[in-house]
Design a protein around this ligand. Sequence first.
Ligand SMILES: N[C@@H](CCC(=O)N[C@@H](CS)C(=O)NCC(=O)O)C(=O)O
Length: 256
Amino acid sequence: MMHAFTLYHHPLSVCSMKARLALEEKGVAWTSREIDIVHTQEQLEPWYLNLNPKGVVPTLTDANGETKVITNSATIIRYVASLGEGNDLLPASNDDMQRMEKLITLADHIDLQILSYARHPSMEKSEKILDARIEKSIALGKKHPEFEEAYKVCAERSLKNKNFRVDPEYVGQIEKDAYASLSTAESQLAKSSYLIGETYTLADVIWTVVLSRLELLGYDDWISQENFPSIASYYQKMKNRKSFSDANIQNQWWQK
Ligand SMILES: N[C@@H](CCC(=O)N[C@@H](CS)C(=O)NCC(=O)O)C(=O)O
């Protein structure tokens, strides 16, 4: 049977980048459907909530006989890796699989969204985006009673992001946790070329995106030769892979 993948995503979203990089490294063809999460808040439209009830990107659909809908970036990248076709993104041994899973979870738990809202070059713009999401969730919740609960959750998420991004204690704790996770990655990379031994795996997919976001946010000393030499040279190597540009990994701010 033939797979036909469509990825609903946004260029600057970290979660979307994880999915894009997994698809490119797997080497499967996919159709892009951009969702505007900055200006029009398209992720909150009822048609999209039918695909992704949380109203977030990314979502992957796989039309293969019947259409499968996969949400959550960590689930999507594992789904992509499980496909029979394309490049192997999973390690051979069970032990290495477990180590890979641990590193994926570690990366997935770094709250890059709060850090992104907290370090947005324009705090005002970041606040406007979150306000627009809250307003739209409340308005659409009234208009579409069948999605009332879903919109409540969306509004609460944006409100939480709005408050926590300016809470120095909360942001400081996330930074501390992120730094500890980086130390773990550093000790892995001091021993091998990739996070899991000598082959590229899903752990490399997710960590490449994490490092690119930390670079974009200006955490330069975290990816520097002085602090984390193994991470610094590893990240350079990951940036040189063809997939980095093919997946449109963003490591600099741009206006759109
Ligand atoms: N855990 C989810 C998080 C998805 C998520 O929060 N996506 C963000 C962009 S990175 C989003 O769509 N935000 C829009 C919103 O909160 O309204 C995943 O990894 O897929």
